[in-house]
Design a protein around this ligand. Structure first.
Ligand SMILES: *Cc1c(COP(=O)(O)O)cnc(C)c1O
Length: 427
């Protein structure tokens, strides 16, 4: 498989863009080698600049749940573009997307649209602090909430892969009010609230983690989160930027039947265009300017193109059929990978919720960052490149979940399993 054009494109990009990429997750830091430059996407496939085709399991790191270049999403974007791309004035489409989100996500009564997941989490913690009048935010090791300064400690995936748990430029002052705990650790959570309960504004977490690989919160942990935050007057923030409209139409909270106070969204909500959103009970959300005093603004917030793509995507998902199909495809891939690895004698754990899955090169169980980080990343790198050579594009890090779209077919899944089988045998 020739990747000559990719190599040339990367050489050029490196001269112009730091590290040659506009987001480190694309740099292949976790698997070595050079990133592959893409020319186009179509359904479940990506085509690189050398004309190679890949079955795509990244889906732009989550948003492309209906596949690339979906006809209805493109039509919506085209129609919106023809009417003008940004006005800096309200549009009715913003209410339409807000209504879809509010109808889907049980705990959200009002929602604010922003332009990225990072902006959503940054705004959510500001709101939690403004609402409670407290400073401390609790987060969990290996959870990623975007590149928000105060949350860029023990931040999973990109940061973990590059071995930079803390970024230079993030001052001690900004992270002083961030308390980092181990995921799924009820005792540590209870102890933290016993000690600092009066100072804690909120707890933010990925209710199903994608950013240290797929790791699921235990029912006990979720219960403790809701009980402790309520007891101590802190807000519970579910970062559903990845899980929202992915694991279920109503997100992880609808699967777990637990109501957070604030929910952050992104990725799928923008249908592949830049979007984020945060919402919650009206009484909390009305603290945001101009209804309240907590400042948050954005020139392109609620942008007509992004809003159109988001609405079109949610319309395709709304009847729930997509999730039945995604579960079936996910289960097929999970079973296939498990049995291929088992028969090749490869130590592994597969974690999965619906169309979100991680194959850990670790015998398991993987329940937090400490256990996830013991995975054999060298084996993962070999697995990744062997699959690339077979036209399968997996996440370029052990610590990222893969995503299946409704455009994937049983044939795509079976081809992937066959390739994985060959790969495991060669490891
Ligand atoms: C992707 C992601 C973010 C950041 O979203 P961006 O749009 O990349 O800023 C935040 N939280 C979670 C859980 C994510 O997966």
């Amino acid at each position: 498989m020739s990747r000559q054009h990719s190599q040339a494109a990367f050489a050029r990009a490196k001269r112009l863009i730091p590290g040659g990429v506009n987001s480190p997750a694309r740099a292949f830091g976790g698997v070595g080698g050079e990133p592959i430059f893409m020319a186009r996407g179509d359904g479940a496939y990506l085509y690189d600049v050398d004309g190679n085709r890949y079955i795509d399991y990244i889906g732009s790191w989550g948003p492309m749940i209906v596949g690339h270049a979906h006809e209805e999403v493109l039509a919506a974007v085209h129609e919106a573009a023809a009417r003008g791309t940004s006005f800096g004035a309200p549009t009715e489409a913003e209410s339409e997307l807000a209504e879809l989100i509010i109808d889907a996500v049980p705990s959200v009564e009002k929602v604010r649209l922003v332009s990225s997941g990072t902006e959503a989490t940054m705004s959510a913690i500001r709101l939690a602090r403004g609402y409670t009048g407290r400073d401390v935010i609790v987060k969990f090791a290996g959870n990623y909430h975007g590149h928000v300064d105060s949350l860029l400690v023990a931040a999973g995936s990109s940061a973990a892969t590059l071995g930079v748990p803390n970024s230079p430029g993030v001052t001690e002052g900004t992270t002083r009010d961030t308390l980092v705990l181990e995921y799924n650790d009820v005792a540590a959570l209870t102890a933290a609230f016993d000690q600092h309960g009066q100072r804690i504004a909120g707890v933010i977490l990925e209710p199903i983690v994608g950013n240290m690989g797929c790791v699921v919160a235990s029912p006990e942990f979720l219960n403790a989160l809701r009980t402790q935050t309520t007891k101590h007057g802190a807000l519970l923030i579910f970062d559903e930027v990845m899980t929202g409209f992915r694991v279920a139409y109503g997100g992880a909270q609808s699967l777990f039947n637990i109501a957070p106070d604030i929910t952050t969204l992104g990725k799928i909500v923008g249908g592949g265009l830049p979007v984020g959103a945060y919402g919650g009970r009206a009484e909390i959300m009305d603290h945001i300017l101009p209804a309240g005093k907590v400042f948050q603004a954005g020139t392109l917030s609620g942008n007509p193109l992004a809003t159109a793509a988001g609405i079109a995507t949610l319309q395709l998902l709304k009847d729930g059929h997509a999730y039945t199909r995604l579960e079936q495809l996910g289960a097929r891939l999970e079973q296939g990978l498990r049995s291929a690895a088992t028969s090749a004698g490869v130590a592994h754990t597969v974690t999965r919720v619906g169309s979100m899955l991680t194959f850990f090169f670790h015998p398991g169980p993987v329940t937090n960052w400490t256990t996830a980080s013991r995975s054999d990343t060298a084996k993962y790198a070999k697995y990744f490149w062997n699959l690339i050579d077979r036209g399968i594009y997996m996440p370029c890090s052990q610590y990222e979940a893969l995503f299946i779209s409704t455009a994937h077919t049983n044939e795509d899944i079976d081809a992937t399993i066959n390739s994985a089988q060959e790969t495991f045998a060669a490891l």
